[in-house]
Design a protein around this ligand. Structure first.
Ligand code: NAP
Length: 283
């Protein structure tokens, strides 16, 4: 089994990105900048935001964290997003999810200017993605595609099974894989006999958020298995794939942690850089 080493690939890509930023910053008079909005004190979100800030520092992206109180009013969040939208020195804006229940997630995501949408969640950017137009792609699907490309895994002609159909992972990833020539099966909670579908697949993407749900009896010998899931079990992070069982069957497998996670962060940084370039009218 070949380990799809997301940490290594992301570090290499981050290094290249840093060089690109160093190349452009003197001309534009500033480095790219990312504003991160965190609402409340969810420990997992705090840890993700910290990781994103550190990663920005590694590549030379300026970042600013807006940490708002759990009970913040929607009006205040709207005002902050509008201010950031109007600020010419801000290239990317990220609203860390999930947000407290009293706030309208869809409204706030779509209030972020589509031209500053570092996560690629804006409805117009998603619409562009589904119409195969150039756009900012959601970070996790983009990161998974970069990981596969780096290992020269050509998905064209493969049967791919994506487990999960969320707007931010499963569904857009299915689209990107389809664009790359794979034949897609998308599974979800209404799927009957999940194992039947995963067992047909040359490529399995597990993105359900269910610890170790993909077991070795659900995987075809020689399959490529990408584990997007991040679950905290007894204080430890585990994926949606039973790594120890599946590693003897799969040809390629991502670890959790250090698999898709670092690739997602790298994609976020690359998105921020892309937004920065487009703010200076560079394609
Ligand atoms: P989500 O919004 O909760 O969506 C989960 C999807 O999985 C839904 O479509 C759901 O089906 C499906 N699902 C749940 N249980 C299932 C089951 N038993 N069988 C088949 N399908 C099932 O989650 P998400 O935001 O897409 O994230 C998915 C996982 O990826 C989570 O563990 C999350 O933490 C992780 N994640 C990791 C990264 C990273 O960088 N590594 C980034 C983002 C997310 P229905 O639509 O029918 O409900």
């Amino acid at each position: 089994m070949i380990l799809l080493d997301g940490l290594k690939v992301a570090s290499e890509r981050n290094l290249k990105l840093k060089e690109e930023i160093e190349k452009y910053a003197p001309t534009f008079g500033r480095v790219p900048s990312l504003s991160i909005i965190l609402i409340g004190d969810n420990p997992a979100s705090q840890s993700y935001v910290k990781g994103k800030g550190k990663a920005c520092e590694t590549v030379g992206i300026a970042h600013k964290l807006y940490h708002l109180n759990e009970n913040v009013s929607e009006f205040e969040v709207v005002q902050l997003i509008e201010d950031l939208n109007d600020n010419p020195n801000v290239d990317g804006i990220l609203l860390q999810l999930p947000i407290p229940k009293h706030l309208d997630e869809e409204k706030l995501i779509n209030l972020i200017s589509k031209d500053k949408d570092a996560d690629g969640f804006h409805v117009i950017n998603q619409g562009n993605l589904y119409q195969k137009r150039k756009t900012i792609k959601p970070a996790t699907p983009k990161g998974v595609m970069s990981l596969l490309e780096t290992y020269q895994i050509n998905v064209s002609g493969m049967n791919a099974c994506v487990v999960g159909r969320s707007n931010i992972v499963g569904f857009p990833l299915a689209r990107l894989l389809m664009d790359a020539g794979a034949t897609i099966t998308v599974c979800h909670t209404k799927t009957k006999d999940l194992g039947y579908h995963t067992k047909q697949a040359d490529l399995i993407i597990a993105a359900a958020g269910r610890p170790k749900m993909i077991t070795k009896d659900m995987v075809k010998k020689g399959a490529i298995v990408v584990d997007v899931g991040v679950n905290r079990v007894e204080g430890k992070l585990v994926g949606d794939v039973d790594f120890d069982g599946v590693k003897d069957i799969a040809a390629y497998l991502t670890p959790v942690p250090k698999g898709v996670g670092p690739m997602t962060i790298n994609a976020l940084l690359e998105n921020t850089f892309e937004l920065y370039l487009s703010h200076f009218n560079i394609e």
